[in-house]
Design a protein around this ligand. Structure first.
Ligand SMILES: Nc1nc2c(c(=O)[nH]1)N[C@H]1C(S)=C(S)[C@@H](COP(=O)(O)O)O[C@H]1N2
Ligand SMILES: [Mo]
Length: 404
């Protein structure tokens, strides 16, 4: 932001000196740039790294089984809509296998006229596409529903990432193998130690699923499924089978295999809903948010965050600073893409008083993100899966922001 634009922001009187000081600081930076010589040659690397001053990192959750666990994306540190590959969340049930790309194959068989085997090079002979999609684990935000609100965006919603994925549409491969009329499901199986498998209804398999080998312009990272994974846009993370090595076309879902992997919701009537596919619309404010501080005292701040829906595009994000009593439309940063993260922004004048910040999104189907109370009523009381409830951040008078 240039100095003039910054200066023209309407700062309350008592804050004028702060702004002037900041302006001087910015001017100083520009001067520095001119006088500090760069170390010639020091930055030349075959594969680049970020500045050593940057600290954004995933938080690591190891589970009791060695090699399994999760990492969460530091949403509060990110800008825009793309998650750097190094910060993509990870969730694996049996560790990360090391697979030799040159030897890896995908078997496509079952109720098809022409069973096929693809090497990674064979796969690339089919026409590919690149698309931006989010992946969200259905355990994301589980603590929120269970009455245990998490302290920052990473812990509250960091099992969410968004990448540009490159691959061959699954429909292209299924058409090449020629489906038999009785083909109704595709069981996708991974090459990790647990051979994780999920069943996908044929309608979705022929829709927008990618057999993906690329992530943000380069090969998929080992943790994301190198050398190839399924990307199943908008559906729960678990079904995005990594280290894909088998596609079995069948007439009914392989229930016993799925039982090791699916995420069951306990409903209010005590029944269990075993399969949930679509991740419903959700948003969270990432700045200012829990663990942060409004460091400049009362005055102008930007409220920003992310919104996404497994059903399509985000149509609207509203922000409340008074615990949901009144709402203001935030600006949606373009492009707004289907089944991808959408960034929202809203300028806010903090008056220096306690405030409760919330965001609430609506997707193109007209579905609006619910409160925790409403969600518990429809989706399962204290379920730890599929939580898309509105999240509240509490701004205290001293400018600190907390989750309670
Ligand atoms: N083969 C295999 N695929 C898998 C998993 C796994 O353990 N093994 N974990 C699933 C789960 S639960 C999620 S949420 C996503 C996470 O993808 P990511 O690790 O790339 O973020 O991968 C899914 N695909
Ligand atoms: Mo997951």
């Amino acid at each position: 932001m240039c100095y003039d634009a910054f200066n023209s922001m309407k700062a309350p009187k008592q804050n004028r000196r702060r702004f002037l000081a900041l302006g001087a600081g910015l001017a100083g930076l520009t001067a520095c740039k001119k006088t500090v010589p760069s170390e010639i040659g020091a930055g030349v690397r075959a594969y680049g790294e970020r500045s050593p001053l940057e600290k954004a990192a995933r938080d690591v959750k190891e589970s009791i089984t060695p090699g399994t666990g999760a990492t969460r994306t530091p949403l509060q540190d990110l800008d825009g809509i793309i998650t750097p590959s190094s910060l993509h969340f990870e969730r694996h049930h049996a560790g990360v296998p090391s697979i030799d790309r040159a030897k890896h194959e995908i078997l496509l068989h079952g109720m098809v006229e022409q069973p096929m085997v693809f090497t990674m090079d064979d796969l690339r002979r089919f026409p590919s596409v690149s698309r931006i999609y989010f992946i969200e684990c259905s355990g994301n935000g589980g603590g929120e529903l269970a009455g245990n609100p998490q302290p920052d965006p990473q812990k509250a919603a960091g099992l969410l990432s968004c990448s540009e994925w490159t691959g061959v549409p699954l429909s292209t491969l299924l058409k090449a193998a020629r489906l038999k009329p009785e083909a109704k499901w595709v069981v996708a199986e991974g090459a990790d130690a647990c051979l994780m498998a999920r069943s996908i209804p044929m309608e979705k398999a022929l829709d927008d699923i990618l057999v993906a080998y690329g992530q943000n312009g380069e090969a998929i990272r080992p943790e994301q499924g190198y050398p190839v994974r399924l990307v199943v846009p908008g559906w729960e993370g678990n079904i995005n089978v990594k280290w894909l090595h088998r596609l079995h076309v069948v007439d009914q879902p392989a229930m016993t295999r799925d039982e090791t992997a699916h995420y069951t919701d306990l409903m209010p009537d005590g029944k269990a809903q075993m399969f949930t596919f679509v991740m419903e619309a959700k948003s969270i404010i990432t700045r200012p948010a829990g663990g942060q501080k409004l460091a400049y005292g009362p005055g102008p701040y930007e409220v920003t965050g992310v919104a996404w829906s497994g059903k399509g595009k985000i149509q609207r994000v509203e922000v409340s600073v008074d615990n949901g009593q009144t709402w203001t439309d935030a600006e949606l940063q373009t492009p707004v893409l289907s089944k991808a993260i959408t960034r929202f922004r809203l300028p806010w004048q903090w008056a220096g008083k306690a405030a409760a910040l919330q965001s609430r999104c609506t997707d193109e189907t007209g579905y609006t993100q619910p409160t925790i109370e409403a969600l518990n009523a429809v989706r399962g009381y204290r379920s730890t899966y599929h939580c898309n409830a509105i999240k509240t951040w509490h701004v205290k008078e001293d400018g600190s922001v907390t989750h309670v």
